[in-house]
Write a protein that binds this ligand. Structure first.
Ligand code: ASC
Length: 132
């Protein structure tokens, strides 16, 4: 069956929530709110790495900006500056490469990985996500 705009929005928001969930696990461990567990940290980071390989720009179909839909946080810049937007996802994938190895070896190794990942999230959000 044909996909509705709502289907695409659900998938897009799910994609972002999956990223946030795994970022939150790493962040919790970095802050000491969650006990450091090497396997769990590596899994969370591997999940993020895997998600960056998804063709996420395809989720930003025309007509789904924050000016079109109330439940959208995607600024029109996503479409108006699509090349830069795609580059942001590419940079994110590069930032995530090796993250699952990087968080191994101790709680102190999570921070630098998280900074790199979070920097990518923020860089893209600054230009392409509606401020909350
Ligand atoms: C998260 C989350 C974001 C990013 C951002 C990083 O965990 O939900 O939007 O990290 O805060 O700067």
């Amino acid at each position: 069956t044909a996909q509705s705009t709502e289907d695409v929005m659900e998938a897009r928001h799910g994609f972002m929530r999956m990223l946030a969930l795994n970022m939150g696990q790493l962040s919790g461990m970095a802050k000491g709110e969650i006990e450091y567990d090497e396997a769990a940290a590596a899994t969370a980071a591997a999940n993020i790495e895997a998600l960056t390989q998804y063709t996420a720009t395809g989720l930003f179909v025309p007509g789904t900006s924050s000016e079109d839909l109330e439940n959208s946080g995607a600024l029109p810049a996503v479409w108006d500056n699509s090349e830069k937007f795609a580059q942001e996802f590419q940079s994110f994938a590069e930032a995530a490469t090796g993250a699952s190895e990087g968080v191994k070896g101790g709680q102190g190794n999570i921070g630098p990985v998280l900074q790199k990942l979070g920097g990518s999230c923020k860089s893209c959000h600054d230009d392409f996500r509606k401020p909350e």
